[in-house]
Design a protein around this ligand. Sequence first.
Ligand code: UDX
Ligand code: UDX
Length: 470
Amino acid sequence: MKIKNICCLGAGYVGGPTMSVIALKCPDIKVTVVDLNEARIAAWNDENLDNLPIYEPGLAEVVSKARGKNLFFSTDVDAAIDAADMIFIAVNTPTKTYGEGKGMAADLKFVELCARQIASVAKNDKIIVEKSTLPVRTAETLKNILDSTGNGVNFEVLSNPEFLAEGTAIDDLFNADRVLIGGNQTPSGKIAIQALVDVYSNWLSPKQILTTNVWSSELSKLTANAFLAQRISSINALSALCEATEADVDEVAHAIGTDSRIGPKFLKASVGFGGSCFQKDILNLVYLCRHFNLPEVANYWEQVIIMNDYQKYRFAKNIITTLFNTVNGKKIAFLGWAFKKDTNDTRESAAIYVADHLIEDGADIHVYDPKVSESKIKADLRYLWELEGTSESRITQKLAQVFVHKDYNEILKNSHAIAILTEWDEFTTYDWEKIYRNMYKPAFVFDGRNILDETVLKQIGFQFKGIGKV
Ligand code: UDX
Ligand code: UDX
């Protein structure tokens, strides 16, 4: 079976870049990305590529080559579903904020809505591809909804989890370590798997494309993210021990990373991991384990999150204690707000939680991030406080302690301390001598990403504290 027309529901961080690359690499396939959010679709269609809704190195170039030829962005969901042979579901699956499984389980309401809409519109057989990260056995739920509400057409559900990391999404798509495709091991399931294998074969070699049964594929996605996050929590746990023992966490990471069995990647100690996936997927895994009555397994994975929360808290507490036990009325400069460099995404960014602790202690937080807007920063904090049940009047009060500037010099001038929250390259190129001259003394730098040269900064006169260093 040869795919000619693909539709993707959800034009977000996953759907947008993935479909753009498929369109570029498969000129014979028409790709339509749809979204309920009209502003987002308008941004994808904007003549000026600087206005794309997502910042991702290389993305604008891919979009400019394919858009209008075989890549389209639209809000007409029904028409796109109707025309497609293969439909990707890439809508968001956040952690539930209400009811059963609150704070743990994935909220599948958007996925369910997609399934119902596909079922009501489809007039011919279609392959449905789960791209969003979903709890294991969601494919079964999808199939159930599709078959019970459909027009008698056949649906094959595949799982094709996304492993791309933000900031390197385009490169990850071009040169994937592997693409994973899970499907039913029935004759029609195998035909569907092969159809998707053929799409990726336009630019990937057979050994980069793995096929499994559908449940293994779904579980592999959660497991991959749990293992990656666990490495960060492990090195972050040791960073606390390094600070107590005068070992240097970067030296320890390098020493263990040269063991080929351990490997060097994902051993960078930090203020804590963020992003839309790690926490959500682990919570999801924990919920699943509890559901299947495996409390020891659930507790084991939950500890990865507990350690990450501890790391963010430890960083904030360190700032407060070092600044003579209070930051009340003090100007704390935040360099970075995104959850990592080269992205404008702030979901679950450590910066939000560190800011929250410091604001609670009375600090004025002045933020500069090269890609994140003032409205986003304030919305992130508001979202956290609303979830915690903070009153509207208290939220207004706390937001008055937050200042966002477009020029980094503004936030650094007359500050009591600087905290590095994101590892943007530009921070290392600043004139740190000038910054030092314009700060209150003693001038403190808390490097939550270990990107600055400690020796140079100390020579200038800064009181410097990295992660996992004395
Ligand atoms: C999403 C999921 O959050 C994640 O679990 C999965 O691993 C990949 O897909 P992402 O693309 O980063 O991640 O989400 P987001 O940027 O929020 O994009 C989702 C898009 O779907 C939004 O633009 C939203 O408007 C759209 N959407 C949501 C719909 O079009 N219809 C819906 O019913 C719900
Ligand atoms: C992750 C997975 O890498 C990707 O495969 C999956 O599809 C989605 O989730 P992403 O969240 O985009 O991707 O970013 P990633 O590069 O994994 O970083 C996640 C967080 O961990 C960031 O906050 C990053 O700063 C932090 N991190 C990463 C560390 O603190 N130390 C490290 O060594 C690596």
